[in-house]
Every structure is written in C-alpha cells, then in structure tokens.
Write a protein of this length. Structure first.
Length: 462
C-alpha cells in the first residue's frame, strides 16, 4: 500500500506539473495574443491619425525630392510623436518610401532597422532594442506617388505575464513539494499502522491465537484492526471449543470402547457365567449402538461443515410423517413415564427431504426427552402455512439461562453445561439440527424460561 501511495503521489505531482505548464503556456499565449490584438488596433488608429494629418501631401519623384521631404519631415515628426503619445506606444518610427528609395521621417530608426523590409501589416515580431524585448508591427499609409511605413513597438504585454507566470510556477512547485511530502509522510504513517496488523496476522498464522492488532484512533485502519481482533477472538474461541469437543468426544468414545473391551476380555477368559451371557450381550449391544450413533453423528457433522450435504426433496404428507416419528418414540416414552402430546394442524403435503427432516424431528424429540423429568410431557406441533413447514418441540425441563441461548447449538455446549436427566446420545444433536436446517434454507429459534422448560421452533421453506 505504501508503494501505491508513493506512486500515486508521484503521479499527482507529475500531473500538477503538466497541468501547470499547460496553464502557463495557455496564459502566455492568450496574453500575448491579446497584446498583439491591442497592438494591431493601436497601429490602425495611429495609422489613421497620421494619414489624416498628411492628407493632401504629395511627393513627386524627381530631383527635388530632398527639398520636398524637408517640407514635410518636421510635420511628420510632430505627427509621429503625437501618435506615440496618444496611442501609448513606447516607440513610433517612420520612413517615406518613394519608388525604391526610403527616407527616414524620425530621428531614431532603431526599431525600423530591426524589422525586415517586407514585414506585412497584422504581423507581430519580437525584437531586441538595446537589450529590451519589444513587440513590433508596421502600418503602411499610401500617399500620392509614395508610401509612409510606420513601425510601432511596445516593451511589455498589457498584463504582467512574466510576474504572473513566475508566481504560477512558484505555486505549482510549492504544491508539488507539499504533495510529495504529504504522500511520503502518509505512506510512512500507514505503513507503521499496518505493520502491527501484519505482525499480528503472522503470529496467528504461526499458531499464537492470543495475538491482537493495535487499535489507534477511529479511522479505517482501526476498523480493520478491530475486525481482525474480533476474528482472532472468534478463532481462539473456536479452537478452544474444538479442543473441548475432541476431549469430550474422546471420553465418549472411550466409555463404550472400555465396556466392550472389558466384556470381550471377560468372555475370552471364560469369566462370564452362562447365566450372565444375556446380560453381557445386552450391554455389548447398547455400547455398540452408542458407539455407532456417536460415529454417525461425527461423520454427519463433518459433512455439514464441509458443505457436502445433499438434499433430495419429495412430496411428503408432513402431518402423517411426524405422527409416525412420534409413535416410534411411544414405547420409550412409556418406559420413562413421559407423555408426548401431538398437535397436527392439518395433513397438507410439502416438497421436503423426508430423511433430513426426520433427523431434525428425531433429534429435537430425543433432546426434549433427555431433559424432561418423569411424569413430565413433551409437546410436538406440526403445521404447513404459506409454503412453510413449522415444527416445534417443547419440554418441561430445567430450561436454559438467557445468556446461554446463543450457544445452545454449539457442539456439546448443552450436554456439558446442563446435566441431562438421562445421559443418552452424543451431545451433538442440536448442532446437527442447526446444520440441517441451515442446509434446507430454514431457521431455528429457541424460547426458554429457566425452571419452566424450553421450546425449539423450526421453519423450513418448501
């Protein structure tokens, strides 16, 4: 970024110089053209004045031309001086052209001698007169048998162009320096600010999740640092939860494996009585079921995280489908002394993946039964309204604290922070439910009052 700022500063400075030079050239040309136009106008006025003063003067070619010239030279000199004063010129000189000969009408011929003899009207030349640059033009006044050519010169344009351009160039130079200084300072300041963010990101990449970027002020870099720190905090929490998850999963895997290993060794050593073989088989069956369920949940959660989850929707009578799921839990509910109340609003059909929807329903019902005390009840409701399937499960368990509502779908959070009445399952059910609902484009919400139970509500578009 600092390199880009430096390059941008150099580009801006270059553009300023180019624009300044273009303005300089434009102003110089415009002022010079204005001065030339004004010089032409004044030359025409002066020429008209001289022509009016010399009206009727006739120089006849011949031997007496010197005598004739003496009679008009004094008058012509006076007229040229008047034209210089009236026109505001610096120099006004004239010559009388008779045939191929020329005769000066003014004492000084510095300007006239510096101009080419074939200079035409409406043409301006820049000449040097005694070290002074002047703009000069000519005006030709026809007379009978002759012609008077006057040369008019001005030492400077009508505007102080040199002083103006000098001030303009100085201003541009100061602007370029200030832009360059500002760009370098800004690049260095931003570089120092970003170095902290870069250092923190490298530390996190190296495994130090406690690294944080410094936050200074309230500008965009500070906002980026705050966002980076939030991300780092969430990453640290996620890593901590993953570690806790792995430890918990390791413990949950070890428990059924230890049971299976113990009974396998007892069977191998002949320590199990024939009368206890049925009990041993039942324990092994339950342990393998629990182990299988845990492995399946982990694999399903991994597919959800990797977005390798597929849906196969089909037309389903959602009311009848949920009734079938609830009836499957009837025997288990009777054994636990739990009543399952079912509220089916209608029997409409909806395009939905029955297997995935069944996983959502089963996990929520099992979660409710784990936290519902004996003689308690679980309420299951299903309805289809406006192209949306609404499913909810409510229990009368201990409820969830308000500060934990946002974390109930985290892996193993509920199982670790709220002791279930019946420690069954993998503890991943609610996390899987949220993953499936998200994959189906739906939403899930929790309403809970501590001591009065919880209600999980799912809405899935069809």
């Amino acid at each position: 970024m600092t390199r880009r700022i430096a390059i941008g500063t150099a580009v801006i400075a270059t553009v300023m110089v180019v624009v300044g030079l273009a303005v300089f050239a434009y102003v110089d040309r415009a002022v010079r053209e204005q001065a030339q136009d004004e010089l032409f106008r004044q030359a025409e006025v002066s020429g008209a004045l001289i022509e009016a003063e010399l009206e009727g003067v006739e120089i006849a070619p011949g031997a007496r031309i010197e005598t004739q010239l003496r009679s008009v030279r004094a008058e012509a000199g006076r007229i040229l001086d008047r034209a210089r004063v009236v026109g505001g010129h610096d120099m006004v000189e004239g010559v009388l052209l008779v045939g191929e000969r020329s005769f000066p009408l003014s004492l000084r011929q510095d300007l006239m001698s510096s101009l080419p003899p074939d200079l035409s009207e409406r043409e301006v030349l820049s000449v040097d007169i005694g070290g002074t640059e002047m703009l000069a033009t000519v005006q030709r006044i026809p007379l009978a048998n002759s012609e008077i050519m006057i040369a008019i010169g001005r030492t400077a344009p009508l505007l102080p162009i040199r002083e103006f351009n000098r001030a303009l160039l100085l201003t541009i130079a100061i602007g370029v320096v200030l832009v360059a200084v500002f760009g370098v300072a800004m690049a260095g300041w931003i570089g120092r600010r970003l170095s902290g963010l870069e250092s923190a990101s490298r530390r996190i990449a190296a495994g130090d999740l406690t690294a944080r970027a410094p936050v200074e002020g309230d500008d965009e870099i500070s906002a980026a640092s705050v966002a980076f720190n939030d991300m780092a905090g969430q990453l640290q929490q996620t890593r901590s939860r993953e570690r806790e998850f792995l430890l918990s999963i390791g413990h949950d895997l070890r428990t059924p494996l230890t049971t299976i290993r113990g009974y396998a060794e007892a069977l191998d050593d002949g320590l199990v009585n024939p009368d206890d073989a049925g009990r041993a088989a039942e324990v092994l069956h339950l342990s393998t079921d629990r182990l299988s369920r845990l492995v399946e949940d982990i694999m399903l959660l991994a597919r959800l995280d990797a977005q390798e989850f597929t849906l196969q929707p089909e037309s389903v009578d959602v009311g009848a489908y949920v009734i079938g799921i609830v009836e499957a839990y009837g025997v288990r509910a009777d054994e636990l002394g739990i009543d399952i109340d079912l509220d089916v609003a209608d029997h409409e059909r909806a395009d939905i993946d029955p297997d995935r929807f069944g996983q959502v329903c089963s996990n929520l019902i099992e979660n409710a039964m784990r936290y519902t005390p004996e003689h308690g009840s679980v309420t299951v409701a299903i309805a289809c309204e406006g192209g949306t399937v609404r499913f909810s499960v409510a229990d009368v368990g201990p409820g969830i604290d308000p500060e934990d509502i946002d974390r109930v779908f985290d892996r193993l959070f509920v199982a670790q922070h709220y002791r279930p009445i019946r420690p069954e399952g993998s503890g991943l059910g609610l996390t899987i439910v949220r993953g499936i609902v998200d994959a189906m484009g739906g939403t899930i919400a929790v309403h809970s009052v501590p001591g009065s139970g919880s209600r999980f509500s799912v809405e899935i578009p069809t």
